[in-house]
Design a protein around this ligand. Structure first.
Ligand SMILES: *Cc1c(COP(=O)(O)O)cnc(C)c1O
Length: 374
């Protein structure tokens, strides 16, 4: 069976975990956590990062930092993972779902302004498949209406956006706040794991406090204060050193991992680009491709179902992705559903192909041939 995903290990993960254990300090914010923080800040230009136990956690921190209150409205794409909305629902926000582009699952920037009211507080953008949303337009809308921009960059490590003046910025470094995932299905993994990126300095001090159960312990450790106490809300958002040690082994190899993944992506693209039965991912000029996933968009639900079946008969596991959140059981219990046809289109027609570091060229050829056979 060719699986859909297979977590890749660099070989150093257990060695670094042993090192972390040997230091005698295995709770959070130790040597490995700080190595990871410095790496991300230096390589991608995030102003400040904090590792978290998941991307969901990082998004919850965003909701607290953005001071989301009961009744505030948050604009979120419907074609995304539950957490992009759930983190704000936990602050009692009202989620206003936005549609995707017809040819790209990212939020359609032309449809955002119609959704803005005087209660709108933030826009959550999701860089689907690690391909950038149109951040310049989103920042313009946000500035005009005084909104906070939160990037759900769960899939977007090592991907960039280029502004009209040529400035290139890493995804997750553009909005006020960003959230990444190191879940085992992502490019860089630690089993479960995530990261908050803070690009607006106003939020930095408070983020450290929320991260450490509402205490100013981070300041205490740096010697900035001589005792620490309870000063704000928060939770235990920081991962243990065991997780950070694992992550460090991945980060040391990030360039190799990314090079390999891009080669796999390009091989799919070349092998499938002439097939007229489906369309391939659109990568706008302003976006880079971090090879997080390879998907095709079938003509309709039945042709997708058939293709999944045919691949399965050949021991290949291809999977569809999100169910539109605006039609979910949880959301429709409390809200009237609106029509978001593009989101529904991706729900029904998008199909993800096996994608992982160790996917062999021969296996990939087999997948491509079977798809092209029909
Ligand atoms: C994976 C993912 C998440 C959740 O990440 P966790 O680390 O599992 O919490 C959130 N949003 C998007 C878009 C994702 O792909």
């Amino acid at each position: 069976m060719i699986p859909f995903n297979k977590p890749y290990l660099t070989g150093k993960e257990t060695k670094y975990i042993e090192e972390a254990v040997a230091t005698g300090k295995i709770s959070g914010n130790g040597i490995f956590t700080q190595k990871c923080h410095t790496f991300f800040e230096e390589k991608y230009g995030f102003k400040k990062v904090l590792l978290t136990t998941s991307c969901t956690d990082a998004l919850e921190m965003c909701a607290i930092l953005a001071d989301i209150q009961s009744g505030d409205e948050i604009i979120v794409p419907s074609y995304t993972f539950v957490s992009s909305a759930l983190a704000f629902v936990r602050q009692n926000a009202n989620i206003i779902f936005a549609d995707s582009y017809p040819d790209n699952p990212n939020i359609d920037t032309d449809k955002i302004e119609n959704l803005i009211t005087d209660k709108t507080k933030a826009i959550v953008v999701v860089h689907y498949a690690g391909i950038a949303c149109d951040m310049e337009k989103i920042l313009e809308i946000a500035e005009k209406h005084n909104l906070i921009v939160i990037e759900d960059a769960a899939q977007a490590i090592d991907s960039y956006y280029t502004f009209r003046d040529g400035t290139k910025k890493a995804l997750g470094s553009i909005g006020h706040l960003g959230a990444f995932s190191f879940h085992e299905t992502k490019n860089i993994i630690s089993g479960e794991g995530g990261m908050l990126t803070i690009n607006d300095e106003r939020f930095i001090n408070r983020a450290e406090i929320i991260w450490e159960k509402g205490t100013n312990r981070s300041m205490f450790f740096r010697g900035e204060i001589n005792k620490y106490g309870w000063v704000d809300t928060g939770s235990s958002f920081l991962p243990s050193e065991i997780i950070s040690a694992f992550l460090w082994a991945q980060l040391e190899n990030i360039d190799d991992i990314q090079e390999k993944r891009r080669a796999i992506w390009n091989r799919y693209y070349e092998g499938l680009k002439d097939n007229k039965n489906f369309s391939l991912p659109v990568i706008p000029e302003f976006a880079t491709n971090n090879a997080h996933m390879f998907y095709i968009v079938c003509k309709d639900l039945s042709s997708r179902t058939e293709l999944i079946k045919k691949l399965k008969e050949n021991n290949i596991l291809a999977v569809f992705h999100y169910l539109s959140l605006h039609k979910s059981e949880f959301y429709t219990q409390k809200h009237n559903s609106r029509e978001l046809p593009n989101s529904d289109h991706f729900e029904e027609c998008l199909l993800r192909l096996p994608f992982y570091f160790e996917l062999a060229e021969t296996e990939q050829e087999k997948i491509i041939n079977i798809i092209n056979e029909q």
